[in-house]
Ligand binder design. Structure first.
Ligand code: SAM
Length: 279
């Protein structure tokens, strides 16, 4: 859809881009066509799309043969999407969930949970709203998925890929790297969006690692990492001994020194400690 047409149709429905919902729509046809290929979408593949908006990327995914679950929080956009893509819904190729993709206590929206149970290992493809990137990404290591192709604020994408690229570690970067091959994808210029965002964007690609942690292992690691990075300026071992003594002993036996701050502990060391705890 041309930008002028999009503006006119939004206006006719009494809609306008909502900044607080991260509504920056993709308007570059070449990029929209490339995303399903980059994500590895195959015909018949179940794909979850977070925040379809009026459906530009959704159409591209459907064109590639995906079976799409699209989760949209904005009621006006969800209703327009259902009208625009009614034939795909009638054909059973598209399901639209209206609501917040983030459910309670680390879960997704109940309809997403039910869909995920039925579809086992879907792909996740999204031009993610910036406001939910962190909590959304932090739910993925506890999921079974074929892969993810996500467009994010560049700074967020770089932080998520830090364990692979050598940036500042965080619980999220460690957890993602232990479960997935994490690859920082191409940079995307601001002019592919309308309205143009104030920040730069990049793709982030996730593929499950052959030797990656199981979701239950991630569940055991997550609270320890959260505690460890809760005070990242402080020495780790003295704090860890009080709350997670077994972890402190294991990390010490792996060569972690008294003075080390949490950022100095590599993802690999965290994994070795976890494996030590299990054995
Ligand atoms: N996919 C469209 C595109 O690429 O043009 C729109 C992407 S826009 C960056 C993000 C979309 O996510 C918006 O449509 C917004 O309403 C929706 N959104 C924001 N927060 C959401 C949430 N918590 N759950 C589901 N959708 C959300």
């Amino acid at each position: 859809m041309k930008l002028g047409e999009l503006k006119a149709l939004l206006q006719a429905r009494g809609l306008a881009p909502r900044h607080h919902l991260g509504q920056n729509f993709l308007i570059d046809p070449a990029l929209l066509a490339a995303i399903p290929k980059d994500a590895g979408v195959q015909a018949g593949q179940p794909v979850m799309e977070v925040g379809p908006g009026y459906g530009a990327l959704t159409e591209s995914l459907l064109h590639a043969g995906a079976r799409v679950l699209a989760v949209e929080l904005d009621r006006g956009l969800a209703s327009w999407l259902r009208e625009r893509l009614a034939p795909a819904m009638e054909a059973g190729h598209l399901q639209v969930v209206e609501g917040d993709v983030l459910g309670d206590r680390g879960r997704f929206h109940p309809e997403v949970e039910a869909w995920w149970d039925r579809n086992q290992t879907p792909l996740v493809v999204s031009n993610l709203p910036y406001g939910i990137s962190g909590p959304f990404l932090s739910r993925l290591p506890q999921r079974s998925l074929l892969g993810a192709c996500l467009l994010l604020q560049r700074e967020m994408a770089e932080r998520a890929a830090a364990a692979t690229r050598g940036g500042a570690l965080s619980p999220l970067a460690v957890r993602l790297s232990l479960r997935f091959e994490v690859q920082l994808g191409r940079k995307v210029p601001r002019q592919v969006f309308w309205p143009r965002p104030e920040v730069e964007s990049s793709f982030l690609h996730l593929r499950p690692r052959q030797d990656g942690l199981q979701s239950a292992e991630d569940q055991a690691l997550e609270p320890v990492l959260r505690f460890a990075f809760g005070q990242r300026r402080k020495r780790l071992l003295p704090r860890l001994r009080r709350e997670f003594p077994q972890w402190a002993a294991l990390l010490e036996s792996l060569g972690v020194e008294e003075e080390w701050r949490p950022e100095k502990i590599s993802a690999k060391l965290w994994m070795q400690a976890l494996k030590g705890l299990e054995s």
